[in-house]
Design a protein around this ligand. Sequence first.
Ligand SMILES: *[C@@H]1O[C@H](CO)[C@@H](O)[C@H](O)[C@H]1NC(C)=O
Ligand SMILES: *[C@@H]1O[C@H](CO)[C@@H](O)[C@H](O)[C@H]1NC(C)=O
Ligand SMILES: *[C@@H]1O[C@H](CO)[C@@H](O)[C@H](O)[C@H]1NC(C)=O
Ligand SMILES: *[C@@H]1O[C@H](CO)[C@@H](O)[C@H](O)[C@H]1NC(C)=O
Ligand SMILES: *[C@@H]1O[C@H](CO)[C@@H](O)[C@H](O)[C@H]1NC(C)=O
Ligand SMILES: *[C@@H]1O[C@H](CO)[C@@H](O)[C@H](O)[C@H]1NC(C)=O
Ligand SMILES: *[C@@H]1O[C@H](CO)[C@@H](O)[C@H](O)[C@H]1NC(C)=O
Length: 578
Amino acid sequence: MRFPTLLFSLSLAILSLFASTELKGDWTFVRNGTTGITASQVILVSPTLILMLDRVLGDPLQINGHQAWAELWNLETNTGFAVNAITNTFCASGAFISNGTMVSVGGQAVEFPPNVTVPPDADGRMGIRIFEPCDDPSGLSCTLFEDPATLHLAVYRWYPSSLRIFDGSLMIIGGTHEQTPFYNTDPENTFEFFPAKDDSRTRFSPFLARTVPTNLFPRAFALPDGKIFMVAYNQSIVYDIEAQTETILPSLPNGIHATNPKDGTATLLPLFPPEYIPEILVCGGSNTSDSTPSEKLSSQDPASDQCTRIMLTPEGIAKGWVAEKMPEGRMMPEMVLMPNGQVLIINGAGTGYAAYDSVNDTIGNSNADHPVLNMYQNFTPVLYNPDAPLGSRFSKEGLPTTDIARLYHSGLTLTPSGNIFIAGSNPNPGVIENATFNTFIIASEFQVEFLNPPFMSLDRPSLSEIPGQVEFNQKFAFSINIPEILNTNDIKVALMDMGYSSHAFHSSSRLVFMNAELSEDEKSLTVTTPPNNRVYPPGPAYIFVTVDDVTSTGTRVMVGNGAAPPVKDQGISVSRQV
Ligand SMILES: *[C@@H]1O[C@H](CO)[C@@H](O)[C@H](O)[C@H]1NC(C)=O
Ligand SMILES: *[C@@H]1O[C@H](CO)[C@@H](O)[C@H](O)[C@H]1NC(C)=O
Ligand SMILES: *[C@@H]1O[C@H](CO)[C@@H](O)[C@H](O)[C@H]1NC(C)=O
Ligand SMILES: *[C@@H]1O[C@H](CO)[C@@H](O)[C@H](O)[C@H]1NC(C)=O
Ligand SMILES: *[C@@H]1O[C@H](CO)[C@@H](O)[C@H](O)[C@H]1NC(C)=O
Ligand SMILES: *[C@@H]1O[C@H](CO)[C@@H](O)[C@H](O)[C@H]1NC(C)=O
Ligand SMILES: *[C@@H]1O[C@H](CO)[C@@H](O)[C@H](O)[C@H]1NC(C)=O
């Protein structure tokens, strides 16, 4: 009976070949719906809702008889509706704090002419906007709270960065005071916090002073020991919030500048137990000199194709930044941490700069050209696999193109479904329709597009009975249903903050992997939360489980005691310090 056995095993082999091909699948772009404002800032504020913020210069969405500049997007219906904002939110940033409240800070002065909206918008430069946890899935009863007279920043900040830190507060970094022609010509070289520390005094930063004029939206990250890593221009530091000291780290190599208006992007790579060694990846930007005035720059100047990575250990810092090359140059790319630990690099342009109407040869108004989602040049998003050896980390396999350009003032976020919501793009001084060049429309873009990873079309693991709140260094179990075809030897459990997307940067975006044990019957998973509030700054998170590279949907959980900031240290300390 040798022959039939052979046949049997052959057909099994063919079957499993089919199965694995099917499992790999392709990524797809799917259009669904249109926004009523430009999605220049995007943050997931509940399992079903995305908040978008924009400027006060003619977005079509209306509220109270004038244009809206805040919109909630319902992911269940793929429709949006206006939310009332008081101050001008243009070029703000924000994050969740430890009690689950989302805080957006900074913005633009009253937009000229002030009669675009009646009553006029209020000055947003000291703006603090509070979006309290809102569990109405439709979002219709959710509000954005502002009281500019009593609740505001210490100083004017337009184009600041902000992020959640170890005590659950928001740290607010840099910015500018006035209309900037292109470079930061009127900088605010300080830090402050919300809720305020130091009796609302600001802290001067020599790092910010050194990185003028290319230091808008500094890229900043909360390290697992509680310190803050920052990149602006070509320089990097570690800032110790408690000791109030800045430690200078190596500069980005090869003359690359990575912050607005020469936007590269950056991410903290996923953190793994037991050591949670932080590594930072910076990609794209430009190598043109800051002494070149904007009118001598060109929309055709090639963007940098460099990514650089540094491990923040004494050995890693001694080694410095290690450079690698993306398949193409990217200005204003964004990076999205995927629950399986890979990094999606998407959006932006192959040439030019951020902002509009500043370079010699704008395209329409855009300072950038050659959108890198360009189907005519076969530009696609790129996946970066941090665990692969140097030289083989980038892949475009199975990634699609689209003909919607996503340039300045676009935004995106991972959703609890596991796909990526992409909206916006408006490199114009207002809403402009049909400004064409080549086959592209560099106009105000309102179409929403989702990028669906291959697992979206597969039978996926499903999670249930996840508690609403977990402490640090806590073991807890939840139910899991794993499709039989998946190999249960490969399980990854991700605890994630999806971040706040503004100007080619996802601040507070974070992925901490958790140790996991599958029960013998494969129906229950026991995981251990991060050891303390420095490894995962206390606040909301989503748990995703990836089995054999097929990711579940994400479930929201509050990590830590849920108290308002500043909260005390929680959990157990792990000794490693940068
Ligand atoms: C768009 O989203 C709605 C609401 O979720 C859904 O019913 C519809 O099938 C989606 N359309 C496409 C083309 O995916
Ligand atoms: C706003 O004011 C300017 C200058 O006073 C005027 O030219 C313009 O027509 C006004 N716009 C609107 C929408 O009222
Ligand atoms: C940063 O870039 C500038 C301009 O390219 C260069 O002159 C300078 O040496 C760089 N700074 C450091 C610290 O490498
Ligand atoms: C702008 O571009 C044109 C055409 O390429 C060129 O002739 C001119 O010198 C440029 N102007 C500046 C200020 O660089
Ligand atoms: C700047 O970057 C471009 C594009 O990557 C490259 O062609 C050029 O040689 C670089 N210039 C310098 C001075 O490094
Ligand atoms: C823009 O183009 C679309 C499609 O051709 C057309 O329907 C619309 O009227 C145009 N809008 C303007 C302002 O020209
Ligand atoms: C969270 O804390 C902030 C800062 O103290 C406060 O403004 C906000 O109202 C709090 N939210 C909740 C739900 O308690």
